[in-house]
Design a protein around this ligand. Structure first.
Ligand SMILES: C[S@@+](CC[C@H](N)C(=O)[O-])C[C@H]1O[C@@H](n2cnc3c(N)ncnc32)[C@H](O)[C@@H]1O
Ligand code: SF4
Length: 411
């Protein structure tokens, strides 16, 4: 990691964004022939209650939320970020959380009109919003759609009342079904998030959850293996979880059942009907660029000779204050040449169909020879398939993805 030396004030103090941006255009260690597609991520940091397994930047809403102050700060954040992305069109927008569906219809409308005023969106840009069952009101969701949201991603997790309770969710099975029904009537394009390998879950219960989800014919499904994240309630008080054999059986069941229903398994956890892959997430996995605004949001922004990463203040109050002071970015660094191969492969190896080797050069500004050694080793171990047009993880590589990705760590 190379900390960027920002000329002038310390990062937590105001700075002239245009001057700061100029230094990134100076000669550097990389050579990118063209800049990648650019997405916009907007973080909404509050939830009704914190789920015991969750390590996202989400904060329990206590009392009335400072929606106006927050949206003012997000606008300031966007304005201050503009010099970093001058002239570039926005490929996709993702409003994530937290629980963005806690936002009022007027708040969301204001947010998207701020985005449109300040940034050029590509025609027909995918605009996704995350929503939680338990926050669904038909009229509000129609307003979200009318304001420009054209894809909804719903955190269902399970359709079983007892599993939802074990996960500490605020919704029950009735609300889960109702949320999908409202989404289906309101949005042509929607995704359902389910988790599996839940506390005490059987193979049959996991199958039932998946079949219930697929009975609504969602264009996209995300199937996440529940993981124990550090610093969560589940990490401190671990629930009884299915063993490795059972969760591998669940994974096999998911692969078979989704394929039989016509879903393409295109990324570790993502399944889509033809033409319905998540464009925003595909940009992450293809090592594209994203400007992340809002509390705790992360950015990756390319310049002709360097790639920059940023993180904003995580606490909503600190973020709002920092944005008012003129700089909500808490940490900023340039990706070191030596880390670039790993960072690219960490993302691209998640794609089950792999990628064109030329993409490596386009996105990293380096020659693919930089990763020849680990590519050869991974191929020799049967974890990777490679020819001059394609690099992709084999089935074995998909099963042992962490090991495969780690092979690209250098030093
Ligand atoms: C950014 S989260 C938030 C979405 C929304 N707030 C919700 O929970 O309904 C996106 C998804 O990540 C998944 N997720 C969160 N924590 C997880 C964990 N510890 N293990 C596996 N999946 C997790 C859940 O399926 C969740 O819907
Ligand atoms: S609702 Fe979603 S973001 Fe909020 S705490 Fe639960 S899992 Fe995390």
């Amino acid at each position: 990691m190379i900390p960027i030396k920002v000329a002038g004030p310390a990062p937590s103090e105001p700075r002239n964004p245009a001057t700061a941006a100029l230094q990134y255009l100076q000669p550097g260690a990389l050579n990118l022939a063209a800049l990648p597609p650019l997405s916009l991520y907007i973080h909404y940091p509050w939830c009704v209650r914190k789920c015991p397994y969750c390590d996202f930047n989400s904060h329990e809403a206590k009392g009335e939320l400072p929606e106006k102050d927050y949206l003012d700060a997000v606008r300031l954040d966007l304005e201050q970020s503009l010099p970093l992305i001058w002239g570039r069109k926005i490929h996709t927008v993702f409003i994530g959380g937290g629980t963005p569906s806690l936002m009022s219809a007027a708040g969301l409308d204001r947010l998207l009109s701020d985005v449109r005023t300040l940034l050029p969106l590509e025609i027909g840009a995918e605009i996704t919003m995350e929503a939680n069952p338990g926050t669904f009101e038909q009229e509000r969701f129609k307003s979200y759609r009318d304001s420009g949201v054209n894809r909804l991603s719903i955190g269902i997790q399970s359709f079983s009342g007892s599993h939802l309770k074990a996960l500490g969710r605020i919704h029950d099975e009735r609300e889960a079904l109702r949320a999908v029904e409202i989404a289906r009537c309101t949005f042509d394009n929607f995704n359902l998030d389910l988790m599996f390998a839940l506390p005490s879950q059987t193979l049959e219960e996991a199958r039932r959850d998946l079949q219930t989800a697929m009975s609504f014919a969602p264009p996209h499904l995300s199937m996440y293996h529940l993981t124990m994240e550090p610093n969560t309630v589940f990490a401190k008080y671990p629930p009884a979880l299915p063993d490795d054999d059972l969760s591998a059986d669940m994974q096999d069941m998911i692969l078979e059942a989704t394929a039989a229903a016509g879903y393409e398994h295109y990324e570790v956890s993502a399944y889509a009907k033809a033409g319905k892959r998540a464009k925003h997430n595909l940009n992450y996995w293809g090592f594209g660029d994203y400007l992340g605004i809002g509390a705790g949001a992360h950015s990756k922004i390319s310049f002709p000779h360097r790639v920059l990463r940023q993180a904003r203040y995580k606490q909503p109050g600190s973020f709002i204050e920092a944005a008012k002071r003129g700089n909500p970015v808490q940490e900023e660094h340039e990706i070191a040449r030596g880390d670039m191969g790993f960072e690219f492969m960490l993302n691209a190896l998640r794609l089950t169909e792999g990628f064109d080797p030329n993409l490596f050069g386009e996105r990293t500004g380096m020659n693919i020879s930089a990763i020849t050694k680990p590519l050869n080793e991974a191929e020799a171990k049967g974890l990777l398939y490679r020819d001059h047009k394609l690099i992709k993880p084999t089935e074995l590589g998909q099963r042992f993805l962490n090991d495969l990705q780690e092979m690209f760590l250098v030093g």
